[in-house]
Ligand binder design. Structure first.
Ligand code: SF4
Length: 897
């Protein structure tokens, strides 16, 4: 600590503080223009000139020292700052000072310094505007070349799309090669817009509007869980900006969280319940809430009382809040009388829950995202974070530029693969072989922590014996990865002091996904870097915003909230007492088993909350058949999805921007979700709908408010005992486990012991097994599915925003040589056919995919990728093998001739 004196008043500061920090700590304002707390101080604008120890200094870049005397009002320094400001303003057109102060730092600074217009005469910028981008407006005449936008793009986003081009008076921000912004490599994170102090870069949606309220909430797109400030006026959302000091995203966001909010006012939102009152085959028609609820109550009661509760299934939503998921599973168990409840983690990270629980004892990532800051080797496996989890992707890029080594395991040449020291480009489905080879190399080279293995793990002998078969040379032949690359990767990971593992659906969505998680976890255990103060652990990159929370809340067929085992009589007894109703003992069905039971006649009613099963689940034809076999399908959603179109009753639900509650992000942080908007007339939150359905069934589920629901969950769930809305509002996000209100939360798991029965982590000796579906002569290509930056999941939200201008449709990414052999050029239609279905997509020849493989996403109804995917699934969890589908390709142009 240093003690400095600001205008004679003593102020304690950190040793690394600047004069600007000290002045602000003293409670004074000091205008700045080139400064942004998220960036390394630049000291280029000189608006913050003050006197320190009687010398004029730029406050933002001058470090303090003990005893420093700071005079923020020094007349010479402030006169120089004012002159500089007048000079800056004199180069700008008059409209620069006509911008509302809330949108221009320059206007606010001028007001505080007393500058009304430039005191100098001379040339004024006439560089023109760029309106090409759907979100970002560019008024080049207002650019003062402070460089904040360039620094945000480079140092925070990590894209390096912007630069200051030209010299002297002509210096101005440009994107890419200086052409239209929309054609540049800009990834539309909005960081430049948020940082620009003059309005040269601006959010086009906010022009002409003044926000009257700001609500801090959590992003409803991916599992990173960025905190967002939603600025609103009477007409709705004016702008969304990342919350500056939020612990997860630290003032950063991506194109989805930052800009893709327009779907809330989409003209095709559901605003009334729909009912197929004349039975199957009749059209859905608008109904009142009373009609719809009465119909649901009558039909659910009939099915339950005739066939038993297990004839009903409920699928919860990874997009809904924790409180909604908690209430849904409680109603399923206590009112519908079934454990047939599941959520879409079944389709993505169920192998994470199973694998991490088997290895470490808990179903969550072991460490905080913050630990990435000290990682010196980053192993990214089966994940494309710069597109699917962009804020994590940026932080990885930042660490690599700061010197961390990067190993990427991925069949595709992703953006991170291009940046990596080693890219292990194994064939899809070869993860277990690759991880076993790396484990063998670590053991053979002695790059393991023997004390840790002895004291804190079990299973080393079995693993060592298995690995005898996993020489780098043998795995090179199986996986198509050079043995030398395996050796390089093992050397980097093995020699790092703080290695971290981040992984995604490229590990889990396989026929042996749980084995993939476990053999990947082995690497952290061999190095002794999980459950230690030094280690950075294993972090699964969760897909949807609240897929962790939906499972945490017990929306699963075999566990209750907090992963408390349904099979444990003591657990059942506690919940039965807590809920005042005995809960059914028999474990429920997983989602795929629900479809099977529907076709077999055992499941007769399906209640679907916020999921578009037809678009997102594998083998869509099978899903449609299962829905058709049910006597009753209920869908509650924001839009009429392909699943809702097949339902008997559709209930209009609120979006995350209209909800109160919490989400749990990928590193186990509970974060608050607050309503920035009221739901449109006729629309209710999932929470209110569930309570209304329960009431219609003649039950009172308790939990009158979301806060009360989380309180009740916390009372029954030791891991969440210290978490409440009130506490989160006071102290901010909390990592579970957090067992009591005085507990600070647990950013790092397993520090004393693992959560397994014996307190030790279990090394897994799992052999490589081939994928469930392999290419053959008839279906010679492997289709890999994934995500694109601009869109999200089934695209229901992002397609209804200007993100659709950033990416208007899907493509089939195909290796350049394969495209040439097929005779297709960019944009030519290609028919993709699997054993289950077909679709036609325009080709995108690229070296991002390896020969023999093709890639696409499932964001667009015109690209119904899951018509093709198979029901082959992880043997432990039933998570579908989305990453390996054997397909055949044919030039559709040729076909049509
Ligand atoms: Fe939202 Fe994920 Fe983007 Fe953050 S990175 S703004 S959580 S979609």
């Amino acid at each position: 600590m240093a003690r400095v004196y600001v205008a004679g008043t003593p102020v304690e500061t950190a040793d690394a503080a600047t004069v600007l920090d000290a002045i602000r700590a003293s409670g004074r304002e000091l205008p700045t223009l080139c400064h942004d707390d998220r960036l390394v101080p630049r000291g280029s604008c000189r608006i913050c000139l003050v006197a320190a120890d009687r010398r004029a200094v730029a406050a933002c870049t001058t470090p303090v020292h003990d005893g420093m005397m700071i005079d923020p009002g020094d007349p010479v320094a402030r006169a120089a700052a004012r002159g500089t400001l007048e000079l800056i303003v004199s180069e700008l057109p008059a409209r620069a000072l006509g911008i509302p102060p809330e949108r221009s730092e320059l206007v606010r600074v001028c007001a505080s310094v007393g500058v009304e217009r430039g005191a100098f005469t001379g040339a004024v910028h006439t560089r023109g505007t760029d309106d090409s981008h759907p979100y970002i407006g560019v008024d080049r005449d207002l650019c003062i070349a402070c460089g904040r936008c360039v620094a945000m793009c480079a140092d925070v986003q990590g894209t390096f799309a912007l630069e200051l081009a030209g010299r002297g008076f002509d210096t101005v921000v440009t994107a890419g090669d200086g052409g239209a912004w929309a054609q540049s490599p800009c990834v539309s994170c909005g960081g430049c817009v948020d940082s620009c102090p003059t309005g040269a870069l601006y959010d086009k949606h906010a022009v002409g509007r003044t926000a009257t309220a700001t609500t801090t909430t959590t992003c409803g797109y991916c599992g990173v869980g960025c905190a967002l400030d939603v600025h609103t006026d009477a007409a709705g959302i004016v702008a969304v900006t990342p919350t500056h000091h939020a612990p997860v995203n630290r003032g950063h966001a991506c194109v989805k969280g930052r800009f893709a909010h327009g779907f809330v006012t989409s003209g095709d939102r559901l605003t009334q319940p729909l009912l197929r009152a004349a039975g199957r085959g009749s059209p859905l028609r608008p109904a009142t809430w009373e009609e719809a609820l009465a119909y649901i109550a009558r039909e659910l009661t009939r099915v339950r009382d005739t066939h038993g509760g297990d004839a009903i299934g409920m699928i919860c939503s990874a997009r809904a809040t924790n409180e909604e998921n908690y209430l849904a599973q409680k109603i399923a168990r206590t009112v519908l009388r079934t454990n047939n409840i599941d959520n879409c983690s079944r389709l993505c990270h169920a192998p994470t829950a199973a694998g991490l629980t088997a290895s470490f004892g808990f179903a969550g990532g072991t460490n905080s995202f913050d630990d990435l800051d000290r990682a010196d080797c980053i192993l990214v496996a089966g994940a494309n974070p710069t597109e699917a989890h962009p804020v994590v992707g940026s932080r990885i890029v930042h660490r690599v530029h700061a010197g961390a080594r990067l190993v990427v395991v991925d069949p595709r040449r992703t953006e991170l693969a291009d940046l990596a020291d080693v890219h292990l480009r194994g064939v899809p489905g070869s993860n277990v072989a690759v991880f076993n080879a790396l484990a063998r190399l670590l053991l053979d080279s002695g790059q393991v922590d023997h004390d840790y293995l002895r004291d804190r793990t079990t299973g080393l002998d079995e693993l060592t014996a298995l690995l005898a078969d996993y020489s780098a040379e043998r795995v090179a032949a199986v996986a198509g990865v050079p043995a030398s690359a395996l050796a390089d990767a093992a050397r980097l990971f093995g020699s790092a002091r703080h290695p971290v593992i981040l992984y995604g659906l490229g590990i889990t969505e396989h026929a042996h996904g749980t084995d993939g998680v476990r053999t990947l976890a082995n690497l952290a255990l061999l190095r002794g870097t999980v459950g230690t103060a030094d280690g950075c652990g294993v972090l699964p990159l969760r897909g949807q915003n609240n897929v962790q929370g939906a499972s945490d809340m017990g929306a699963l067929p075999d566990v209750l909230p907090g992963y408390q085992r349904l099979a444990d009589p003591a657990v059942r007894e506690r919940f039965s007492r807590g809920w005042g109703v005995p809960i059914p003992e028999r474990p429920g069905l997983r989602i795929p088993a629900m479809f099977g039971a529907a076709l077999d006649g055992g499941l007769r009613a399906l209640y679907v909350i916020g999921e578009d099963l037809v678009s997102s689940d594998p083998d869509a034809g099978h899903v449609r058949a299962a829905l058709a076999a049910c006597e009753l399908v209920i869908s509650q959603d924001v839009f009429l999805s392909r699943t809702a179109e097949l339902a008997d009753v559709v209930l209009p639900a609120a979006s995350f921007l209209e909800k109160d509650g919490t989400f749990v992000n990928f590193d186990r942080r509970f974060q608050r979700v607050r309503p920035a908007l009221d739901p449109p007339g006729g629309v209710r939150t999932d929470f209110d709908i569930l309570r209304a359905v329960a009431a219609a069934l003649g039950a009172d589920p308790g939990c009158p408010t979301p806060a009360a629901a989380l309180d009740e969950c916390a009372r029954l769930t030791p891991a969440f005992g210290g978490i409440s809305h009130d506490r989160l509002d006071r102290v901010g996000p909390l990592h579970w486990p957090c067992p009591d209100p005085g507990h600070p939360g647990t950013p790092v798991l397993h520090l004393d012991r693992f959560a397994t029965a014996d307190g030790r982590a279990a090394l897994a000796a799992r052999p490589y097994l081939p994928p469930g579906e392999e290419p053959d002569a008839e279906y010679p290509f492997v289709l890999v599915t994934g995500r694109r930056l601009a869109h999200y999941n089934t695209g229901s939200m992002t397609r209804r925003t200007p993100n659709a201008e950033l990416l208007a449709g899907e493509t089939l990414d195909i290796a350049t040589d394969d495209a040439a052999a097929l005779g297709v050029a960019a944009g030519d239609p290609v028919e993709i056919r699997s054993r289950r279905g077909r679709m036609v997509l325009p080709a995108r020849p690229t070296d991002e995919v390896a020969p023999g493989q093709v890639f696409t996403a499932f964001h667009f109804p015109q690209a119904p990728t899951n018509e093709l995917t198979s029901r082959s699934a992880d043997e432990v969890t039933d998570c579908p093998e989305y990453k390996v589908t054997a397909v055949t390709l044919r030039s559709f142009t040729e076909e049509r001739k």
